[in-house]
Design a protein around this ligand. Structure first.
Ligand code: GLP
Length: 215
């Protein structure tokens, strides 16, 4: 379903941000085999500050899980240059590029409720910036590939996500059931960044039965 929706959005010329990690992998495999993103502009949602050749980097994952396997990749792709001498300036460049243009923000969710790399405590008004990673995010990163463990990340902010016309939140697996229930049915607050999505006028949530099991 997610692959088909992404394909339809791209056919309509959508500008989207895409997440990486384990959650979208199955959708990306389907999209790579059957889809066409050539009408779309894609921004990478976030990135770990890791060496370029690190398999755990989000751009490595996006290429490995989707782009390298596609016949029709996006017409434009924007990723984060974490080798830039001034990371704050690199975040400002991405902010300038994305500001207000996202038709669809596609998101995963961390077990601590993070969106992109907006960890708990991130301001609702946050924009693209450098962030320190929580321990659970660092632990999750080790499952993406071998190499050094990231301490920092760069990410679009919660305000960038909330500015998107439509937000799609994706979650799979039993380990996401508790945070999905808290984020979607609990109080709204920055202790659980994903809870702010309750205020988005066009939120669509895509869950497998396991991730939905506590709703
Ligand atoms: C990671 C990624 C996010 C992702 C989220 C969930 O830290 N940087 O883009 O959406 O956390 O990851 P996963 O799908 O592997 O659980």
């Amino acid at each position: 379903m997610v692959a088909d929706r992404l394909n339809d959005a791209a056919a309509g010329g959508a500008t989207m941000c895409l997440p990486t990690g384990s959650t979208p992998r199955q959708a990306y495999a389907h999209l790579a085999a059957h889809g066409d993103l050539s009408g779309s502009t894609v921004f990478l949602l976030d990135e770990f500050v890791l060496p370029d050749d690190s398999p755990a980097r989000c751009d490595s994952m996006l290429h490995r899980d989707l782009l390298n396997r596609m016949t029709h990749p996006p017409k434009r792709l924007e990723t984060w240059d974490t080798n830039a001498p001034d990371l704050a300036a690199e975040c400002a460049r991405m902010e300038d590029a994305v500001n207000g243009v996202l038709d669809v923000a596609v998101l995963g969710i961390g077990t601590n409720g993070h969106l992109g790399l907006n960890e708990p405590g991130s301001p609702v008004a946050s924009r693209s910036r450098v962030v320190e990673l929580h321990q659970s995010t660092q632990a999750a990163s080790t499952t993406y590939g071998s190499g050094p463990i990231p301490e920092l990340g760069v990410t679009f902010g919660l305000a960038d996500i909330m500015d998107a016309s439509t937000v799609w939140l994706l979650a799979t697996g039993t380990h996401k059931a508790a945070i999905i229930a808290d984020a979607l049915t609990g109080p709204i607050g920055i202790a659980i960044p994903a809870s702010v999505l309750q205020d988005h006028p066009q939120l669509e949530v895509f869950l497998d039965p396991e991730a939905a099991s506590r709703l």
